[in-house]
Every structure is written in C-alpha cells, then in structure tokens.
Design a protein around this ligand. Structure first.
Ligand code: HBI
Ligand code: FE
Length: 295
C-alpha cells in the first residue's frame, strides 16, 4: 500500500484522496458511477463559470486546446476517453490519481507524457478555492495546454529535469518553475495579456485578480528570477511572470544549464513573493498592460 505525500501547506492537513487503493505509481480507477448528482452539478457550474471568463482572460492557445479536447461541459469527463483524445493530439495520456502524489512519482509520469488527474471533486463550499488539486483543477486547468504541441513538450521536458534533480535545492527551484509557469503563468503574445496557468484558469477569483488586480507584480519571464522566487500556496499570488511566447519558455528551459543555476542559487534565500527586484526584468504595470503597450 502506498502512502500519501506530505501536503505542501504551512500546517499539516490530511489529504482527502483514497491512497489505499492506489498502485505503486499512485494510479487509482476513476469509478465513474460513484460521482453523486451534486458532484455532477458542481462540475457543470464550475465549467460554465470559467467558460464565460475564457474569451477575455485566457490565452488563445488555452481556448483552442479546450475545444480540441472535446470534453463535455455537461458532465464529469471520463478520463479514459479524454486520455485517448489527448493521445491523438499530442501523445499525452491521462491517468487517475488520489490527489497530490510524491514529487519523484509525479516527475516520472510527466517525463513519460502521463498527466496525473485527481479523481475526486471539490465540495460545494470550495467552489472557488481549495488547497489540494481536484478533478476540476487538474482537468480544466491543465489538460487544455497539454493539447498545445510546444507546451506539451515543455511539460515533458520539465518532468525529465525533475527526474534528474535529486538535490533538495534543485527540487525547490524546479517547484518554483512549475508554479510560475504551468500553474500561474501569464503570456502576452500579441497586444493582450492573458493567463495560461492552471491555478489561475481553474479559479474565477484568481482569473480576474491575476489579470486585473491592481496589486500583484507582473514581471517579464526570466528563468533565473523565476527559479529564485518563493511562492504562496494558500493565497492569490503576489507575483506573476509574463511570457512573450510558449517557444520562449520551451527554448529557455531546454537551453538552460540547470546544474550551474542550481549550484549558484540553491543556498541563497529566495525573493519574497511580490518583491521581485526588477533590475533584470521589466515590470508589467497595470496601465501599460491595459493599453497594450510592451512594458
Ligand atoms: N501531485 N497530483 C499531483 N499534482 C501536482 O501538481 C503535483 C503533485 N506532486 C508534486 C507536485 N505537484 C509538485 O512537487 C510540483 O512542484 C512538481
Ligand atoms: Fe495544478
């Protein structure tokens, strides 16, 4: 029997998933018939709510990816069906997991182009925010970008990097990279600033906050800065990093000398969220962003 990992929160919380039925690589069956009517209703409400926000707030690549998945907005998707579909699109599989899984297992799945999706749905009192990933976050937030060929390759490359980064300092820096791109990334590929991160686009509150909030820092993506910036797990982010293109992300990460970056920075305290020094990266001010000017 496998053990659940430690939750990445300040206080220790029990993870909700059923780890007792998981295989050695933490897979669980979806047990589709077990979803209650109210869980189906929560799916529909969340999906409809986020769908309304996408045209204004989401990257066009995310919107296109969601359409390519051909998932139903009316009922909880069957993971086997979407896995087949995604495999045709970009060669990624989707597997059911009980929730958060240990980093090494997570990295191994990504490196093999398998995306772990939590099988349970959040409760009604958690409609806009929960700390653990649930089915809606993992599915709606993550799978659309995995239908994008360049982003799909980036996530696999990230997984490969993870399997090769046994040092603790490296893991911490890699987690920051995942957090500030896959989870909370923004992109300004044309005149408009949009979100592509799963943590943003699976939360209506953070979708509006990340793009329109007056307070968060919006900083041009810079690999070294991202690797050095701490993040907040249980609050809206204070710093978001803005890509110019998904090619920029893939090329930067593929071309980087991570060994040198880890050696240089793993023992140095991280930048506080919201207080990233801007000498090396441009700030994206709210007014310039609304006007569409490049900061
Ligand atoms: N497990 N299911 C799941 N989903 C995640 O996003 C996830 C995880 N385990 C570890 C993990 N993320 C983080 O360590 C990433 O920073 C790699
Ligand atoms: Fe996620």
């Amino acid at each position: 029997m496998v053990q659940p990992p430690t939750a990445p929160t300040q206080t220790i919380v029990a993870l909700r998933g059923n780890y007792e039925v998981a295989t050695a690589d933490y897979r669980v069956p979806q047990n589709y018939s077990h979803y209650a009517a109210d869980e189906q209703a929560i799916w529909r409400e969340l999906y409809a709510g986020q769908l309304k926000l996408l045209p204004e707030y989401a990257a066009p690549e995310f919107v296109a990816g969601l359409a390519r998945l051909q998932a139903s907005s009316e009922q909880i998707p069957r993971l086997e069906e979407v896995s087949e579909r995604l495999q045709q699109l970009t060669g990624w599989q989707v597997i059911g997991v009980p929730g958060l899984i240990p980093e090494d297992v997570f990295f191994a799945h990504l490196a093999a182009r398998r995306f772990p999706v939590t099988v349970w749905m959040r409760r009604r009192e958690e409609l806009d925010y929960l700390v653990e990933p649930d089915l809606f976050h993992d599915f709606f937030g993550h799978l659309p970008m995995l239908a994008h060929p360049v982003f799909a390759d980036y996530v696999q490359a990230y997984g490969v990097l993870g399997t090769r980064a046994p040092h603790l300092g490296a893991l911490k820096m890699l987690a920051r990279l995942y957090w500030y791109t896959v989870e909370f990334g923004l992109i300004k590929s044309d005149a408009e600033l949009h979100a592509y991160g799963a943590g943003i686009l699976s939360s209506s509150g953070e979708t509006v906050f990340a793009l329109r909030g007056a307070n968060p820092q919006r900083v041009a993506f810079d690999l070294q800065t991202v690797l050095r910036t701490d993040y907040l797990i249980d609050a809206f982010q204070k710093t978001y990093f803005v890509l110019g293109s998904f090619d920029e992300l893939f090329d930067t990460v593929l071309g980087a000398d991570f060994g040198a970056l880890f050696a240089a920075w793993s023992d140095v305290p991280g930048f506080a969220p919201g207080a990233v020094p801007l000498s090396s990266s441009a700030a994206w001010q709210r007014d310039t962003m609304v006007q569409g000017a490049v900061g």
